[in-house]
Design a protein around this ligand. Structure first.
Ligand code: IPM
Ligand code: MG
Length: 386
């Protein structure tokens, strides 16, 4: 029997609650379809950081590089300043393993109500291929003021004074900056992935940019997209400015099939997409390095206000669908599909629904108002595994 070795970082908030359900589902799938899983748990997250001051250890990163896929819950905790866990854990993993694709399927299941009036499952079925390593996420930025020791201080203050006539020697001209950088190779590889995916789906590719305002960075993006499109003459393409794109994704989601977007715009449109297909509780994702160590996590965050409710009430489907994507990734698409089918069956029947699927607010009363708990939802899915 084949054994998959899967490291787990449960993380913060509801992360551990939903990942427990993902584990349970994969174990049940293993019993049903004949494979074994050896889990290895890592403690990283807010608790570990607050107790030890450590975000991720170098040793752990080395160890993790021996795996095809990491299963990640979510990181984020109000006790830690914003960005510390995100940069120190989430981005550290994405960047260290060069997971340059953030794959986020947006698919409305039958039985789920979309907030877009008049649209159904046939209309909402696209995949966002978000660039995951560059753009405004490269982490080049800072604050520059008088006497600043920053390496680029003079350059930036001079640029700024030329543009705005600021007195660069005054005390009041503090400047904050964050650079968006994209490379030809970094852009080509994500586009190649998008065009290959569209080829497999028999579909088309829509590019997202903002080249009318940020001409350098997104003009480059669009140029590379155009060059890549020429190599895939059978794949139809279109360009979209990101502001208009948010409009089209609401107005005409049926137009889209594969959407390729730079990192920041991809981040934004996938929250929109998640809502359109029924909310964050149903939206999975994968951070993929096709040749290296990938990582699977839902689009949702740690949702601290829902953590620690007893029983847990958050929807485990996003986390379980992320596990199905992990199975696809290791070449077990058929098993991933069977888990997706079980979920689709439960959702279509509509007998077992978590609070988010019933469109009321989550909280301690959710269960008494008729919502299924996290564990009950998983039980319903397991009962459908064939
Ligand atoms: C996501 C999240 C992260 C991102 C946050 C938590 C830093 O929003 O995975 O979409 O911006 O990439
Ligand atoms: Mg996001």
């Amino acid at each position: 029997m084949k054994t998959y070795k899967i490291p787990i970082i449960a993380g913060d908030g509801v992360g551990p609650e939903v990942i427990a359900e993902g584990k349970r589902t994969l174990e049940a799938a293993g019993r049903t379809y004949g494979f074994d899983i050896a889990w290895k748990e890592y403690p990283y997250g807010a608790e570990h950081y607050l107790a030890t001051g450590e975000l991720l250890s170098e040793g752990a990163l080395k160890e993790l590089s021996g795996y095809r896929a990491i299963y990640l819950g979510s990181v984020g905790d109000a006790r830690v300043p914003p960005g510390v866990l995100e940069r120190g854990i989430l981005f550290a993993l994405r960047f260290y393993f060069d997971q340059y694709i953030n794959l986020r399927p947006i698919r409305l299941l039958e039985g789920v109500e979309t907030p877009i009036r008049g649209k159904g499952p046939d209309d909402i079925d696209y995949v966002v291929v978000r660039e995951n390593s560059e753009d405004l996420y490269v982490g080049v930025g800072g604050r520059v003021k008088k006497g600043s020791a920053h390496r680029d201080a003079d350059v930036i203050r001079n640029l700024y004074s030329v543009k705005f006539g600021l007195d660069i020697n005054s005390d009041s001209d503090e400047i904050a900056y964050q650079l968006g950088l994209i490379s030809a190779e970094g852009t080509k590889r994500v586009m190649r992935y998008a065009f290959e995916l569209a080829t497999r789906r028999g579909g088309h590719v829509s590019s997202v940019d903002k080249m009318n305002a940020m001409t350098d960075i997104y003009g480059f993006w669009r140029q590379i997209f155009t060059e890549m499109a020429a190599r895939y003459p059978h794949v139809k393409t279109d360009f979209n400015l990101v502001d208009a794109m948010t409009m089209w994704l609401v107005k005409n989601p049926e137009w889209f099939d594969v959407v390729v977007a730079p990192n920041l715009f991809g981040d934004i449109i996938t929250d929109l997409g998640a809502m359109v297909q029924g909310g964050l509780g149903l939206a999975p994702g994968g951070n993929i390095n096709p040749e290296g160590t990938s990582m699977f996590e839902p689009i949702h965050g740690s949702a601290p206000k829902y953590a620690e409710l007893n029983p847990p009430i958050v929807n485990p489907i996003a986390m379980i669908l992320s596990a199905a994507m992990m199975l696809d990734h290791v070449g077990e698409d058929d098993k991933g599909n069977r888990i997706r089918t079980a979920i689709a069956d439960v959702v279509r029947e509509g007998k077992v629904r978590t609070y988010d699927m019933m469109r009321f607010a989550g909280g301690p009363k959710a269960i008494s108002q008729g919502a299924a708990s996290t564990v009950q939802m998983t039980d319903a899915i397991l009962a459908k595994l064939r």
